[in-house]
Structure formats: C-alpha cells, structure tokens
Design a binder for this molecule. Structure first.
Ligand code: HPA
Ligand code: ZN
Length: 375
C-alpha cells in the first residue's frame, strides 16, 4: 500500500499535466492533496527570488572542492547537510557564505547556474531572474568575468537545451562597505548587457537601504532595474520598506512581509503596483505583537502583487519551487485560483519584453483552463 506522502511525491515527479493528452487531463479543479500536487507540478511558473549561491547543493560543493583541490571540514554530504542549522538571518548567512568558498572558476559558476536551471526547468519554471553576490567572489580574487561569464554561458545553454529563459540580478551585500559595493558595480558595468537589475541582500541590521542610494542611482542610470531585500522582522523594518519605496524608488521588494502591519504602506505599494517576492520557507512568519502571522496569506488578502519563491533551496531542505508551493498551499490554504494568480503576478511583473510576457500568460491561461479554472 502506498503511503500518502509517497503518492504526493510521485504526483510531483509525474510528467507535467500540460503535456498530457486532453482526455487524460483533469477536467475539474484539484480537490485533494494528490491532484493538488499534480496541479502545482504542472503549473507554468516564474521565479525571481533565488540566490544562485543558495542553490549550491552539498553534493556539488564536494565535487567542486575536489576539482579545486580544497578540503572541506565535513566527512561527507550528510554531515555537511546536518551542519545547516540556523535560527535567524545572520546565522543563516554565515553558513551560506562559508559554502560558496568552493566557487572559483568560470566552469564552477557555469555548473552552479546550469544545475539550478535544469532543476527549475524540470519543475516547469519557464522563466527565472537569479541573484548573485559578486563581492564575496571578488574578495577571493575570482575575476568578475569568470562569475558573470560562467553564469551567462549556462543561461544560454539552458535556454537552448531546456527551453528555460533567465536573467541575472547583481546583489550588493549590505553588510560590507558602500565602497566595496561600488567596486563590484563598477567591475560589472562593462557586462551590463548580461544583467537585468541590481538588488540588495545580506544582513539588514545596521545596513538600511539608503546606504546604497548612490549605487542604485548609478545602476538605474545604466539602464538596470532595482529591487531590494526587506527581510522580515528586522530592526526598523517598516522604515526600511518605506525608504526603499519612497526614497530609493525600488521597483520590487524581496520578502517585505512586515508591510501588512502598515495599512498606509500597503496602500502605497498597491498604488505603485510594487511586486513582492515572498519566500515562505525563510520569511513566511511575520512577528506581530509577539505572535506569528502568515505573511503570504495576509499579503494576498491585502491585494498585494505577491509571487512565491525558493530563496536558497540548497540550505532549505533542498525544496525547490514546486515543493515550496506544495507546502505554501497547505500552510496558507491557497486555492487553485490563488496559485494561478500568484504565477500570473510573477509573469506580469517579470522584467521582460511584452511579447515574451504575453507568451507566458497565454500558457498559464491554457493550463488554468485545462483544469477548468479561469486565470
Ligand atoms: N536575505 C538576505 N540575504 C540573503 C538572503 C536573504 O533571503 N539569501 C541569501 N542572502
Ligand atoms: Zn533572498
């Protein structure tokens, strides 16, 4: 007899529902866990909040360490995975930055990016905008050409071989100096045609968005889009969201769940049409008067343009977008129509040309209709 979790896993792994002949497709919206898992697996998806270095699986870390003649302080993959224990943003970041020390060559960055893109494509992600943290690599003497070059080559191969389209967002590490971020931006600007935007990540405490006002202005003048992390439950969290939206004119907010505590900021974000990239695995719970509230549920109910994303899947139980959505569906009681709405929000707010967007939206509409849902 099959265990229910096994059946759900099999449904996730099954051939995509949109690839099934018409007679084999579900004609009604999913009503049980198994159908829901199948529905989510086949849903055409976009992902905007995924740190490439956060997709560095332990297996690949061992392989790259071997190739680069580095030793790792773990006996094996399992021991390494057991060390991924964190309880807040700084303790997570320590593990995350330690992990990326094995990335040294253009081929390493190619393998990292191609690995993520093949996983994403296998989960029906049609389009991804991926973060990377160049400062951490420049610090180790890795040239920017190796970082951007390897990722760009992987993007091109993945588009050709797997059909997944992607773009790249350079993140400033907010806990390093403003000068270090400017050096990274200056090093990357000759490759700006390989980038779609800039972002802001790492430890928010003591590093408000205005520290990088000049960097964002310069990037924008170079034709790049601008997004920023506003991690949940940070010091002056609402103040930082306000600064990002009002003073720095962020086009998108990564995480940003605490906004639901301010009706005024919610109204502002809605009037500006700002999208929010929510990562339920990492930033799902906003603390409100000492009580956790479900950020995704509250943001959807507030009418914000929310997408769902995997953030750093290699450090979050190797749960990629389909698993994240399956879990979010349960935790946030998402209806099939809301799942379609989430992906619609994503495609609508992607930094892509209108024709590409229309193609994705048409695929999403056709998929929703095949389940008897209107998109
Ligand atoms: N927040 C801040 N910095 C990060 C994150 C995040 O979610 N992931 C990787 N670096
Ligand atoms: Zn993030």
């Amino acid at each position: 007899m099959h265990d229910r979790r096994q059946i759900i896993r099999a449904a996730i792994a099954a051939p995509l529902a949109c690839a099934l002949p018409g007679w084999a497709r579900a004609a009604t919206p999913p009503t049980d866990d198994v159908a829901m898992a199948r529905f989510i697996a086949g849903l055409p998806k976009a992902e905007f909040h995924v740190h490439l270095e956060g997709t560095l699986e332990a297996e690949m870390k061992f392989a790259l360490a071997k190739r680069n003649n580095l030793s790792l302080p773990y006996a094996d993959v399992e021991a390494m995975k057991r060390s991924y224990i964190y309880h807040d943003l700084p303790s997570f970041l320590k593990i995350y930055y330690d992990g990326m020390q094995v990335l040294l060559t253009e081929q390493d960055f190619y393998d990292l990016a191609y690995g993520y893109l093949s996983k994403a494509a296998s989960q029906n992600v049609l389009y991804a905008e991926m973060f990377f943290d160049p400062q951490e690599h420049l610090k180790r003497g890795v040239p920017i050409e190796a970082v951007i070059g390897g990722i760009t080559r992987a993007r091109a191969d993945a588009a050709k071989t797997l059909g997944i389209q992607s773009q790249l967002i350079l993140c400033f590490m907010r806990d390093l100096s403003a000068a270090s971020a400017m050096e990274a931006l200056d090093a990357a600007l000759p490759y700006k045609d390989k980038l779609v935007g800039v972002g802001l990540d790492s430890d928010e405490k003591g590093n408000p968005p205005e520290k990088f006002a000049e960097h964002f202005a310069k990037a924008r003048a170079a034709g790049l889009h601008v997004t920023m992390h506003c991690d949940v439950n940070q010091e002056n969290t609402l103040g930082n969201i306000r600064t990002a939206l009002v003073d720095l004119k962020a086009e998108r907010i990564d995480h940003g769940g605490n906004i639901v505590q301010s009706p005024e900021l919610v109204a502002l974000a809605k009037s500006l049409g700002i999208p929010f990239t929510v990562c339920p695995t990492f930033s799902g719970k906003v603390m409100d008067d000492g009580q956790p509230i479900n950020a995704l549920r509250e943001m959807l109910d507030a009418g914000l343009k929310v997408s769902v994303n995997s953030d750093d899947p290699a450090y979050m139980g190797s749960e990629y977008i389909t698993e994240v959505l399956v879990r979010a569906q349960k935790d946030s009681a998402l209806t099939p129509a809301e799942l379609v709405r989430i992906e619609r929000n994503a495609f609508e707010t992607a930094w892509i040309p209108a024709e590409q967007r229309d193609g994705y939206l048409a695929r999403l509409d056709a998929y929703a209709q095949s389940w008897d849902l209107t998109a």
